[in-house]
Write a protein of this length. Structure first.
Length: 311
């Protein structure tokens, strides 16, 4: 790519040509500059105006620049833990002696090209979420189908799906694999009854979408579903999202996207036992993974610290 010729470069060329004919002192007086500047331009000038192009003054080295060891550590931790998010990578680097800020680490990842940037579509829909004030204040529940292409054992026409509950405050999750011919409230009711025991704290409110595995269609019947009855028995208030508005259950929907990226997109299940074990392992790993939104703490840490302060 050729250098663009600017007016400044033409000015310097005229200065050099005049200095060659009439001397440096006269050139400095005529062009209202000093002789050292004229000497510097003459050293660069080779007859081509592009040789007088302005050069970057950016230093080649910076005293606070990342060292090769630090960059190697970032790259290593990103390769091992990158699928769990940059917050987990940062915590792992800190455990190895890394002392830079989180933003500095992310900047190096982008600058060095260790991870390709992912463009995200901005949502313009306004919705005021109801964030939890303490563990159990609000829990989102939803289901996700296990991709059929990941199942490499006889399913005999049955579908496998994952029931997910995520606490708004701590981001702690509980997962369960369910095998049914069609979505029903039987399995979700069982999951709800054992949810407090799995989370480790009482639950005040649950939020679900309008799927038939949770609630009945109000336009078809006024009877409440078995899932709703279980919520009443457990003294949990039930909140339903607006129809066709999955972003209102954004935290659980986003966690499903992470499940696809980390687990289902990279694993082939050769037996029902393997599927259940892998999901259970993924749940434990998720609850021990640091999150930026939690101040680089894991969901388990947030829960334990909250109840230790309360006690």
């Amino acid at each position: 790519m050729k250098t663009s010729i600017t007016e400044e470069m033409r000015y310097r060329q005229r200065l050099c040509e005049y200095a060659k004919k009439n001397g440096v002192t006269k050139a400095a007086r005529k062009y209202h500059t000093y002789r050292q500047f004229v000497y510097r331009q003459l050293e660069k000038y080779d007859g081509d105006v592009r040789s007088l192009a302005l050069r970057s003054r950016k230093p080649h080295h910076h005293p606070n620049a990342h060292t090769n060891n630090e960059l190697a550590l970032i790259k290593k931790m990103l390769r091992r833990n990158g699928k769990y998010g940059f917050a987990e990578v940062y915590v792992r680097c800190q455990s190895k002696g890394y002392s830079r800020s989180f933003g500095s680490m992310c900047r190096q990842i982008r600058k060095k090209g260790y991870r390709k940037p992912v463009s995200k579509r901005k949502s313009y829909t306004r919705y005021e979420g109801l964030d939890g004030a303490y563990p159990g204040d609000k829990v989102q529940i939803d289901i996700k189908y296990v991709p059929e292409e990941d199942i490499r054992f006889p399913a005999y026409g049955e579908r496998y799906y994952q029931i997910t509950a995520i606490d708004e405050y701590s981001r702690k999750r509980a997962l369960k694999i369910v095998i049914v011919n069609e979505k029903s409230t039987h399995e979700t009711k069982k999951f709800l009854k054992e949810l407090e025991g799995r989370m480790g704290f009482p639950i005040k409110m649950i939020q679900v979408d309008n799927g038939t595995e949770f609630v009945n269609d109000e336009e078809k019947t006024y009877r409440i579903s078995a899932f709703e009855k279980a919520a009443i028995e457990l003294d949990m208030s039930l909140r339903r999202t607006r129809p066709y508005s999955p972003w209102q259950n954004g935290k659980v929907e986003r966690s499903h996207r992470e499940d696809q990226k980390i687990l289902y997109g990279n694993t082939i299940f050769t037996s029902k036992k393997m599927l259940i074990e892998k999901v259970a392992k993924h749940e434990r790993r998720y609850n021990k993974t640091a999150k930026q939104v939690l101040g680089f703490k894991s969901p388990n840490q947030v829960v334990s610290e909250y109840f230790s302060h309360v006690a």
